[in-house]
Design a protein around this ligand. Structure first.
Ligand code: HEM
Length: 571
């Protein structure tokens, strides 16, 4: 009996392996059928073979190769370029994947082929996070008319231009929350390590909640604290890769984990319904002018039959959840400052100039006059190299002459760009200076008259949106003329204000490019700046033990419980 069971298990195993291998080999050899012209239909269709890549195993495909780079799979994807070049295929589980590793290829994928590769991977975890359907999520859904509509709805509020009233609102809300944050930070004992992350996340959450829903929560509100933690857990979760993503039959082994994910997301949804949406629905007056993003969403629910209540709840959840990204980004910046106090000194120096030695809080309009602070944020984005969410081909297409069949997952390896010696000097060093343009000082008198109103990203595909430069020119000119007789101030000008943040660096794509670029990037820069600049203005940041500051590459996410930091109030 025992032997029969063993033979049966072995037979099932061998059959599964053989079937798996046949399926994998079939997928590897499939050709993409691509329409290449419009004139003569028969001649316009061509078949393209897929990019070469390592030989896959049955069942796991090439997961073994990535398994060797657990702490940073993108490094693993980069290492494979030595053997297979900048574009190659992989099979992860049974999923066909294409990996692109160079700037030209990334552009070809995201800009030229954007409309064919607008899908997202069908990972079980993504469904669990969004009420059983990942298409509820703005970032994890496939491209659709609904997604276009959601992006349009969100753009005005979530990508505020400097000249818009939304920008002013952001600045006001940011500064107001900084007052609350400082009261919390003042409770910390100077020189004693403490968990600053949860306080920063709370402040960031309140900035987002006030901006999107005109509501803020007390830092001691238990429910608020809980959902801030759950959002943070989810942010970490989304930034991780699991075997489950490619081997869905492993679900029973991940039961506890997926239950946890569902519990986090349902608790968050309940909070948003109970504490935000219900009240607002009762108060909604369609004749009154639109007050915030929640108003805009509730109105679209009344005015557009294609928008469902679920859509707006998930949208609000997605956007409020953006606070975790900002909180983690600021936390990373503080960690690098703790490791290298000179970075903190230079930010303090800028902060002291713009606020006349701390006589006021730093607001969003100071952003252009504090280029080193912004450069630090950009350097965190480069150094941490947040991965671009994988795209999926929604129809057959060809990239660099290689076929990409429908359903292929496309990994865009921006880690390779961020760590390439071709583009950066000493890329493995954390150096905000690399984002400062020294030539600016020489050219300042020429450019100050420039009255170009275009958004900075239009002329480039760096994907980072900038406003016109007139404001910073004015600040610098004012500073130069008002202080030209003071040797000390002149040094300050030469040392700091003569630099400008480099803009539109074509190989720096932290927010991606093309159809599915990040909608929240202006919120990241705005709230990230206000948080970082004001904290560093008020405190010296150190660590009791820098060896405890462990930071993973290729992720902006830190574990919910990470390292403590030490604050010393500045005199
Ligand atoms: C550290 C901060 C952040 C970074 C580095 C970042 C980066 C990215 C990247 C790389 C993508 C993928 C683009 C693509 O697939 O081609 C993305 C998508 C997205 N981001 Fe961000 N993001 C950040 C913060 C935020 C915030 C604060 C929000 C909202 C408040 C936000 C909203 C979105 C949305 C909605 C998408 C999906 C867009 C779509 O698929 O159509 N992000 N982000």
């Amino acid at each position: 009996m025992f032997f029969s069971v063993c033979y049966l298990i072995i037979a099932i195993g061998i059959t599964a392996i053989v079937i798996s291998y046949i399926l994998i080999i079939f997928k590897c050899n499939e050709k993409a059928t691509v329409r290449i012209g419009l004139s003569i239909p028969e001649k316009a269709i061509r078949k393209f073979g897929q990019a070469p890549g390592p030989q896959p195993w049955p069942i796991i495909g090439n997961l073994d190769l990535l398994g060797r780079f657990k702490s940073n799979p993108f490094e693993g994807l980069g290492a494979l370029t030595k053997q297979y070049g900048d574009i190659y295929s992989l099979t992860l589980g049974h999923s066909r994947c294409l990996v692109v590793n160079s700037l030209d290829l990334i552009r070809e994928v995201l800009n030229k082929n954007g409309k064919f590769i607008g899908g997202r991977p069908d990972f079980i975890r993504y469904h669990k996070l969004f009420g059983g359907d990942r298409n509820n999520s703005l970032a994890l859904c496939d491209w659709s008319n609904l997604q276009q509509k959601r992006r349009n709805l969100a753009r005005r509020h979530c990508s505020p231009r400097e000249s818009s009233p939304y920008f002013n609102k952001m600045s006001h809300i940011g500064c107001n929350e900084i007052n609350h944050l400082m009261r919390e930070l003042n409770k910390a004992q100077p020189g004693k390590p403490f968990d600053i992350k949860k306080i920063i996340l709370g402040a960031s959450a309140n900035m987002f909640c006030q901006y999107m829903c005109s509501i803020r929560f007390d830092y001691n509100d238990k429910e608020f604290r809980r959902i801030v933690r759950y959002f943070d857990e989810i942010f970490w979760e989304i930034n991780q890769g699991y075997s489950l993503d490619f081997l869905p039959w492993m679900l029973p082994f991940y039961k506890n984990h997926t239950q946890k994910i569902v519990q986090w997301s349902t608790t968050i949804r309940k909070f948003i319904l109970d504490r935000v949406i219900h009240q607002r629905e009762e108060m909604l007056d369609l004749d009154e002018p639109e007050n915030d993003f929640t108003d805009a969403l509730l109105r679209s629910l009344k005015e557009d039959q294609n928008v469902s209540r679920n859509t707006i709840i998930f949208m609000l959840e997605d956007f409020i959840g953006g606070h975790s990204a900002v909180g983690n980004l600021v936390m990373l910046a503080l960690a690098y400052i703790a490791k290298n106090p000179m970075i903190g000194r230079r930010i303090e120096h800028e902060a002291d100039i713009v606020t006349n030695k701390g006589r006021r809080r730093i607001n969003l309009y100071d952003m252009d006059a504090m280029p080193y602070t912004m450069a630090t944020i950009f350097e965190v984005l480069r150094y941490s190299s947040s991965p671009i969410v994988p795209h999926v081909a929604m129809e057959d297409t060809a990239i660099a002459g290689f076929g990409v069949t429908r359903g292929t997952i496309i990994f865009i390896n921006n880690y390779m760009l961020n760590m390439s010696e071709k583009y950066w000097n000493s890329p493995d060093h954390f150096e905000p200076e690399r984002f400062l343009d020294e030539n600016y000082r020489r050219n300042i008198w020429k450019v100050v008259k420039c009255n170009d109103n275009r958004r900075g990203s239009e002329g480039s595909d760096s994907g980072i949106e900038f406003e016109k430069d007139t404001h910073v020119h004015k600040i610098i000119i004012d500073k130069l003329t008002s202080t030209k007789n003071s040797k000390k101030s002149k040094n300050i000008f030469n040392d700091k204000c003569g630099y400008q943040l480099k803009k539109n660096i074509p190989h720096f794509l932290p927010f991606s490019i093309g159809k599915r670029t990040c909608i929240g990037q202006n919120l990241v820069r705005g709230f990230g700046f206000v948080l970082l600049a004001n904290i560093v203005q008020s405190y010296n940041i150190t660590s009791a033990d820098i060896s405890k500051i462990n930071i993973n590459h290729a992720s902006v996410a830190l574990p919910a419980k990470c390292f403590p930091l030490v604050l010393w109030p500045r005199a």
